[in-house]
Design a protein around this ligand. Structure first.
Ligand SMILES: *Cc1c(COP(=O)(O)O)cnc(C)c1O
Length: 360
């Protein structure tokens, strides 16, 4: 059976090369006679897989030595809770940007543990932009500043890393991690669920500066405590072993491809051509202010919403699936993460042009 182009926002496509390698190793990983799922997480085979995955990620992202890499569970959503629990450190207030649906969820959870100061919000603009710097209200006494680099639902992405002075910066990188180079040293903490741009669901990545580990809020669950996780190499309890193995294959795939600079060039080209196709037609629209358009999640609407069902049916017949927009936005959304081949974007553009022509 041939592979389809899946534009799902997550869980999302995984590169065919990674899937094929997993298939080759499925019954017998590296002469062990076992599938990776069957291995003890403390055995030497799996330990070598976990160690290699971390080393490859460190090399791909250029992670400085004074940062711990934690492989956790619970998704980015669990981090909405773990972040205030680990980073308040005696303070009672934290700064949050409100740029979309994921920001809102992070804010709602943080409010259970501290006062939240909204640095800036684009809610009044339907989350179609990032608020201008001149409007930001940063609190110098905040325990940390949190922002969502890429809003997966709205398709809005910061085009720069906010400058927060001495206040620690925390970023939800779930839907844009590994899409291009990023300066890890600008952050105190980076987190991401795996199912967008890393690998299978079930794995959650946290990269945290080591001097911010420890001193958690009383009552912090043991699995949420970065110190416990760091002291135990993310193996205080059983980690999501197979998801971590798959993520590791993905890191190797990225390295072979030329790392994040090469991946960034491909992603930029993919996004630019899809936006150009939208902007050059009078049939499709993207609502996001150009400067803040996401490279990864591209929402678009048709001139006539009554044609949405036909558009989706025709797309499916052409092997282009999961294009329906999020229920809160409507229309369509094409998620084009690292594993979406450029040919998939070309096929979508060709289909969009053909569909628009049929309507005129
Ligand atoms: C998907 C997503 C989340 C939630 O991830 P879960 O793994 O489902 O908890 C949080 N933030 C962003 C930006 C996302 O894209």
């Amino acid at each position: 059976m041939s592979r389809i182009y899946n534009f799902s926002a997550g869980p999302a496509m995984i590169s065919a090369a990674v899937l094929q390698q997993a298939e080759q190793e499925f019954l017998n990983w590296n002469g062990s006679g076992m599938n990776v799922m069957e291995m003890s997480h403390r055995g030497k085979e799996f330990m070598s897989i976990a160690t290699q995955a971390e080393a490859d990620l460190r090399s791909v992202m250029n992670i400085p030595d004074n940062y711990k890499v934690l492989f956790l569970q619970g998704g980015a959503t669990a981090q909405f809770t773990a972040i205030p629990m680990n980073l308040l450190r005696g303070k009672t207030t934290a700064d949050y940007f409100n740029t979309g649906q994921w920001s809102k969820k992070a804010i709602a959870e943080a409010k259970r543990y501290c006062d939240v100061n909204i640095v800036a919000s684009s809610e009044a603009d339907n989350f179609a932009t990032v608020p201008d710097k001149s409007t930001w209200n940063l609190n110098p006494d905040a325990a940390y500043v949190h922002y969502t680099a890429n809003e997966t639902i709205g398709g809005v992405e910061f085009d720069h890393i906010p400058d927060t002075g001495d206040v620690p910066l925390v970023v939800d990188l779930s839907s844009t991690i590994l899409s291009r180079p990023i300066d890890v040293s600008r952050f105190t903490l980076i987190y991401a669920g795996a199912q967008k741009n890393i690998g299978p669901a079930g794995l959650t990545l946290v990269i945290v500066r080591d001097d911010f580990i420890g001193d958690t809020l009383p009552g912090t669950p043991v699995t949420f405590d970065y110190k416990v996780q760091a002291d135990n190499d993310s193996m205080y309890n059983t980690p999501p072993t197979y998801a971590l193995y798959m993520a590791g294959l993905g890191f190797q795939w990225l390295k072979e491809l030329g790392g994040l600079p090469a991946m960034g060039n491909i992603n930029q080209r993919k996004a630019e051509k899809l936006y150009a196709a939208i902007d050059n037609s009078d049939f499709y629209q993207n609502p996001v202010e150009k400067q803040y358009r996401s490279w990864m999640n591209i929402p678009f609407t048709l001139n006539n919403a009554e044609l949405d069902t036909d558009f989706l049916a025709g797309a499916k017949a052409a092997g282009l699936v999961t294009l329906k927009g999020h229920r809160s936005v409507g229309g369509m959304r094409a998620s084009i993460y690292n594993a979406m081949p450029e040919e998939g974007v070309d096929a979508l553009i060709a289909y969009m042009q053909e569909f628009a022509q049929q309507q005129s």
